[in-house]
Design a protein around this ligand. Structure first.
Ligand code: COA
Length: 161
């Protein structure tokens, strides 16, 4: 059976924690769709085109991974692209309640959709896009948190503000 999974998120910007989860998902599933959520109500630091470009440059080499932007309900988008699972990372117990709620709601909306959780790598359990942006905005070193090939662009975005 051919199994397609979606790794959804804002990826504003992608971090090494996201890369770890997507890479591991690509080893578990036949096809991975990285869904970059286009949320018109949320203020983002990077446009959807930039976020997709960052992901392409970091995980674009993985043969079974596709990076796309999506709008609307995840449960509907999963149906459209033939995905039977959503894959998300759990970094700490505090992620659990929110993720559990989303998983149940998504399954109610699309009964064919399951959610699988991968435990975040121990070295990334504290990491989030906001932490990266906060450190960058104070001129701190973000090299341990984001892929090297996009490091300068993220740093420059915040140093110019
Ligand atoms: N490594 C590093 N950071 C991680 C991470 C990991 N493995 N997993 C999550 N994070 C961080 C993100 O960086 C982000 O950090 P930030 O808040 O500092 O920006 C934070 O966790 C939340 O992740 P984010 O991707 O922004 O949002 P989300 O997990 O809340 O969900 C969607 C995003 C796209 C999955 C969700 O909004 C969605 O499904 N939207 C579609 C609309 C819909 O269907 N709504 C009904 C849902 S039931």
């Amino acid at each position: 059976m051919h199994r397609t999974v979606i790794c959804p998120g804002s990826f504003d910007p992608v971090t090494l924690g996201h890369i770890d989860i997507i890479t591991r998902a690509s080893q578990l599933f036949d096809r991975v769709i990285v869904g970059v959520f286009v949320n018109r109500d949320k203020t983002v630091s990077f446009s959807v085109e930039e976020r997709i470009d960052f992901l392409n440059r970091t995980i674009g080499h993985l043969p079974n991974v596709e990076i796309v932007g999506f709008e609307g309900l995840l449960a509907e988008y999963a149906r459209e692209c033939g995905a039977t699972a959503v894959c998300k990372g759990l970094r700490a117990v505090s992620d659990f309640e929110y993720e559990f709620q989303m998983a149940l709601a998504n399954r109610k909306l699309n009964p064919d959709l399951d959610t699988v959780f991968l435990t975040a790598d121990a070295q990334y359990t504290y990491l989030s896009s906001s932490i990266v942006k906060n450190i960058a905005s104070f001129g701190g070193d973000i090299s341990g948190f984001v892929p090297a090939c996009i490091h300068d662009e993220i740093k420059n975005r915040f140093s110019s503000q």
